[in-house]
Ligand binder design. Structure first.
Ligand SMILES: N[C@@H](CCC(=O)N[C@@H](CS)C(=O)NCC(=O)O)C(=O)O
Length: 207
């Protein structure tokens, strides 16, 4: 099993083509121009040799020679440290901590709604839709104050946020026509790296 992995020359990212967690790792890959073999896979169907190495059998999973990483945020941080340019975290400790706190809030407050957005209970779905729409509206000023989310440069926060925003039509979340989040989305979706990060299935989400 280990032998199969050791033979791999470059990095492989096992990615679910519709999953926002996979998408955010693909976005980091694209923004940094990293040469990674993106392997489309379905959760629960990791290659045999990886199953023991990722006990959750989840996507995304990154293989870099004998290193196997899972959990998208662990993968994103590893890629940022291994390929430092352009950096996706600020330099000073206070700003880094603040950026991580924003990431935590996005994960907890917004990614945390994904299960309910796909629920069979209409009540749960509509509550989650409203929570997400209201949250994005309430962050209006933050979306318009700076070119990126709370930053003059692209950061990890944008890489987390944009895959979720790309899926708003899939989640049935509509924002008011003048929402500042819409301008932010337009800017981010137009980035060549973002376009490169999209799988076929993701491209179709907004056709
Ligand atoms: N916390 C994980 C969540 C990833 C996740 O939920 N992936 C889904 C696909 S969207 C998956 O692989 N689910 C199957 C499983 O966890 O067994 C991460 O950030 O990587």
């Amino acid at each position: 099993m280990t032998q199969v992995i050791a033979r791999r020359s470059g990095m492989s990212l096992y990615s679910d083509p519709t999953c926002p967690y996979s998408h955010r790792t693909r976005l980091v890959v694209a923004e940094k121009g990293i040469n990674v073999d993106i392997v489309d896979a379905q959760p629960g169907h990791l290659p045999e040799d990886l199953i023991d190495l990722n006990p959750y059998n989840s996507m995304p999973t990154l293989v870099d020679r004998d290193l196997v990483l899972y959990d998208s945020r662990v993968i994103m941080e590893y890629l940022d440290e291994r390929f430092p340019h352009p950096p996706l975290l600020p330099v000073d400790p206070v700003s880094r901590a603040k950026s991580r706190l924003v990431q935590h809030r996005i994960e907890y407050d917004w990614y945390g709604l994904i299960t309910d957005l796909g629920s069979r209970s209409e009540k749960r779905v509509s509550k989650a839709r409203k929570t997400l729409a209201d949250g994005l509206q309430a962050s209006g000023e933050v979306f318009s104050a700076m070119p990126f989310f709370l930053s003059n440069e692209l950061t990890m926060v944008d890489c987390m946020l944009v895959p979720l925003l790309w899926r708003l039509p899939v989640y049935g979340v509509e924002l008011p026509a003048r929402s500042p989040a819409l301008d932010y989305m337009k800017r981010m979706f137009a980035r060549p790296a973002f376009q490169d990060s999209l799988s076929e299935a993701e491209r179709e989400m907004r056709d």
